[in-house]
Design a protein. Structure first.
Length: 85
């Protein structure tokens, strides 16, 4: 704490503590938001499964492979000065 105050970023040790607490609160809030989003996705997935809205994994992987292949074919690699050797 003393080091943070000494840099001039904070006026007192209590400001350092308050900043730390704000950071903890923000991190906890973010964690709770991610957890809620994950729960929503799980419920949506279960609803899709129960209603028959499913896609076979082999079709998903085939589509992903096509997308990767397309992206790779469009990629430009600079092997000139400073490029890969």
């Amino acid at each position: 704490m003393k080091q943070q105050v000494a840099t001039g970023k904070y006026a007192s040790s209590s400001e350092v503590v308050r900043a730390g607490l704000r950071l903890l609160y923000d991190q906890e809030d973010e964690r709770l938001q991610r957890q809620a989003a994950l729960k929503r996705f799980v419920h949506e997935g279960i609803a899709d499964l129960e209603s028959g809205r499913v896609v076979e994994a082999k079709n998903v992987f085939a589509r992903m492979r096509r997308m990767i292949d397309e992206a790779e074919s469009q990629a430009v690699v600079d092997v000139g000065a400073g490029g890969a050797r």
